[in-house]
Design a protein around this ligand. Structure first.
Ligand code: C2E
Ligand code: MG
Ligand code: MG
Length: 777
């Protein structure tokens, strides 16, 4: 693998060697200048004879060289590395020039003065040897060149001075000088060997690094790039050229900017400006992302690089790495998109929608918020499976989007919860939009050959009137939605402050209801059924009552929907069935008891088993129990409901269809399940005398029910005329205030209960019942 630290090391060594050379070179020049300066000073200050001047010269050389030596030692204490031959030649030349200059002054003195002694020559020569060996110590060849030049000049000087007697001395001096040179060579040979070894090692390393880099480049998705000092791409690798070159253009010689420029791509100009700023300032940079496009597809390059300097610290270009980060970038963009959007429908999600609402509220914008909930979606999921549910949601999301204006936005907040923010503030327009949305949602979707359909209920709130914060406005729209659902599905409702108060009250009631069972605040009243012909009591219907400790009597019409909404209807419903069964079991006859079972109770698949367990526990014969269900049970999740109803009926329990004629009144339900009884809704019975249409409808229901062999019960009979008419047209059973109001178990007439056993558990249910003996008129 590519190891950047190896490359870094070799480049550091390069720089260091450059500095060593530079320092050594400077030493020579400075020594020359320094000694000339010292000699001049001595001459000026002492005005003495030439002897003194020469001595001063010698001293100057020694002092200046010593200082330089110390400096050079400090700078060059690292092992010296290989030096380029050209540098060496240049340095040797400098050394010769320096040596000649240094010696020519004493030579000139020698030739122009008398009494120059051997001692002076000796001192001079040894002094220069001494300084030379140290000044040029870092570079052996130059040190030798310096000494030999000095020696040569000294011999010439001695000869010219005609000092025969000194020749022997000069020969000796030559021997000593050569010895000293050999000594220096020996001293430095280790260093030299080391340098050669280092050179070899470095060459090896460079080779290895190059190999590694090549291998790295071949295997990875990155490309190495380099430029010359004019920032023109140099020696581009084939892979790099192939990846970058547009239309096969030759990259070499083009600037980085030219190579990466793609003005048609968004963000390219800005990225190049950033890159150029780094390049112009010779700064190292990392991961500058440059967008490009190829065949109308955008891709992203990540560019890193750093400036490279030669041994003399001169900028020679940039080297770096480029990588195609398109895949990572797209994944990143996808992740960012998913954080803001719903994965299934691709609509904005809660996070994005809330942020939008907050911004709009902060800016003081007015808008309407529509909270939409699908009716019957759970049934689709349960009946057709999640793929069908998903398909439906995607389709509905599309339809909602299509129904909106360009400035409106729809988001999916959860399972089947959608919200719309619309700039529309006119209630009439919003009402017509809601109708359109409900209509669009209700259109069936074909899934694997079957038509599946759901409805929609909508709650509407206006900002900022109905809420100053995101939470408040969403809560208001939800309150309105809850109201729309309660009023019957497929409707829309505008939020009102009263609704809010109502919602708060409802929340409070739900709280209270949770503990109502434990506090024995719930009781059952019973309303008899009368045989239309004989006038005898055939049984009764158990109707729940809540005696709230502070609010008094609360009717089921008020709290049953809350119990359904909160799921509390399941334990409450079980309690009702058990108490009703226990009550009927205490009678000394075979009269039936009817209990109302909510659709929510059917969502729990164990309902038939629980009914069976209760029957066993209370000992009531199954055929003495009747459950009353409304059509809604078949609307929500028909398959599951029919299944459960079948199981209940298989136990021997009778099943009645309550409130028939209201709601959906789809006759197909009568075909789908063999109900034992149909209860004609009170609203038709009460209009019987006044409205002919009610008579026609009641007669039609009777015809159908009789044809299907079902018992027909008319609810809410208050007048004898109503009873007479219904008897005349063939109705089997009556229920209504005319025959008896719902009453507490204790007050049930003996005609219904027979000779009730004294220890009836329901009858001994406590004092509570004594305070609510019968429903007041
Ligand atoms: P429902 O099952 O249709 O019950 C008949 C309702 O009509 C009862 O109201 C009853 O008191 C009332 N009623 C009977 N005869 C007359 C009459 O001649 N005139 C008038 N004006 N009303 C009459 P209630 O008890 O207020 O119950 C209302 C609804 O609450 C019931 O309608 C039923 O759907 C529901 N409910 C009652 N008890 C339970 C229960 O234990 N579980 C469930 N899930 N729902 C229940
Ligand atoms: Mg009923
Ligand atoms: Mg009813």
């Amino acid at each position: 693998m590519f190891n950047p630290s190896l490359q870094q090391e070799s480049e550091n060594a390069d720089i260091l060697r450059g500095r060593q050379l530079h320092a050594a070179e400077q030493n020579v020049e400075r020594a020359l200048v320094g000694s000339l300066f010292a000699a001049t000073l001595t001459t000026v200050f002492f005005h003495s004879g030439w002897e003194h001047t020469v001595w001063a010269w010698y001293l100057g050389v020694v002092v200046v060289c010593t200082v330089r030596i110390l400096f050079a030692r400090r700078v060059t204490r690292h092992p010296s590395g290989p030096v380029a031959p050209a540098e060496i030649y240049k340095f040797v030349l400098w050394s010769i020039v320096t040596a000649t200059t240094l010696t020519s002054f004493p030579l000139w003195v020698t030739m122009n003065t008398d009494g120059f002694t051997f001692a002076y020559m000796m001192a001079l020569t040894l002094g220069t040897f001494w300084s030379a060996s140290f000044v040029h110590a870092p570079i052996i060849s130059t040190a030798i060149a310096f000494m030999l030049t000095e020696l040569g000049v000294a011999i010439v000087a001695a000869s010219l001075a005609g000092m025969d007697w000194s020749r022997a001395g000069l020969v000796a001096l030559f021997v000593v000088g050569t010895g000293a040179a050999l000594h220096i060579i020996r001293q430095h040979s280790d260093l030299f060997r080391q340098a050669v070894l280092q050179q070899l090692e470095l060459e090896n390393k460079t080779e290895v690094i190059e190999l590694l880099l090549k291998e790295h480049e071949a295997q990875s998705s990155d490309w190495l790039w380099q430029t010359d000092d004019k920032l023109r791409i140099a020696a581009p690798s084939a892979r790099f050229a192939e990846a970058i070159a547009q239309n096969g253009t030759d990259l070499a010689g083009q600037t980085v900017e030219q190579v990466l420029s793609d003005r048609a791509t968004d963000g390219n100009t800005e990225a190049l400006a950033e890159l150029n700023a780094h390049l112009a300032n010779r700064r190292a940079f990392r991961d500058v992302v440059v967008p490009q496009s190829l065949d109308s597809q955008t891709y992203w390059l990540s560019v890193s690089g750093r400036p490279v300097y030669d041994r003399r610290d001169r900028f020679v270009g940039y080297r770096g790495v480029m990588a195609d980060i398109t895949v990572a970038r797209l994944a990143q963009a996808r992740a960012a998109h998913l954080a803001q959007h719903d994965a299934l429908t691709d609509l904005p999600n809660r996070a994005q929608f809330s942020a939008r609402l907050s911004r709009a509220l902060c800016r003081g914008q007015s808008f309407a918020l529509l909270s939409i909930d699908l009716d019957g979606f759970k049934a689709v999921n349960d009946g057709f499976g999640h793929p069908a549910g998903d398909k439906l949601l995607v389709e509905i999301a599309r339809r909602l989007q299509n129904s909106l204006g360009s400035t409106d936005i729809v988001a999916r907040l959860g399972d089947d919860e959608f919200v719309i923010q619309t700039q529309q503030a006119n209630p009439d327009r919003i009402a017509s939009l809601c109708r359109q949305l409900i209509e669009a949602t209700g259109q069936p979707v074909i899934f694997e050959g079957s038509e599946i359909a759901v409805g929609a209920s909508i709650g509407i709130a206006f900002a900022p009137t109905d809420g100053a914060t995101t939470d408040e406005i969403l809560k208001s729209a939800d309150s309105a939605l809850a109201r729309a659902k309660r009023d019957g599905r497929g409707r829309f409702r505008f939020f009102s402050a009263a609704m809010d108060r109502e919602l708060q009250l409802q929340q409070q009631l739900i709280q209270d209801l949770r503990s109502a069972l434990g506090r024995e605040e719930l009781i059952l009243h019973y309303q008899p059924f009368i045989d239309a012909q004989s006038g005898e009591m055939t049984g009764c219907e158990a109707l729940i009552r809540w005696h709230h400790s502070e609010r008094g009597m609360i009717s089921p019409g008020q709290f049953v929907p809350l119990a359904e909404e909160s799921g509390l209807i399941v334990p409450i419903g079980d309690w009702v069935i058990e108490h009703a069964c226990r009550e009927a079991a205490s009678w000394n006859n075979n009269r039936r008891v009817s209990v109302n079972v909510s659709p929510v109770q059917f969502s729990n698949r164990s309902l038939p088993e629980r009914i069976q367990a209760i029957l066993q526990k209370t000992g009531l014969a199954p055929n003495r129990l009747e459950i009353e269900v409304t059509e809604t049970v078949l609307v929500e999740d028909p398959k599951m409901a029919l299944d459960a109803l079948g199981q209940v009926r298989a136990l021997g329990v009778r099943v009645a269809l309550d409130d028939f004629g209201t709601g959906y009144s789809s006759l197909s339900y009568l075909r789908e399940f063999p109900f034992d009884k149909i209860k004609i809704d009170r609203s038709f019975v009460q209009d019987l005398e006044a409205r002919r249409d009610s008579q026609i409808i009641v007669r039609a229901i009777l015809d159908i029910a009789m044809g299907l062999d079902m018992t027909i019960t008319a609810e809410g009979i208050e007048l004898t005329e109503q009873a007479d008419y219904l008897r005349q047209i063939g109705c089997h059973e009556f229920q209504g205030y005319l025959f008896g109001r719902p009453t507490a178990a204790n007050d049930l007439p003996a005609a219904l209960t027979g000779d009730r056993e004294a220890s009836s558990p329901t009858a001994a249910d406590g004092q509570l019942e004594s305070v609510c003996r019968a429903d007041s008129a």
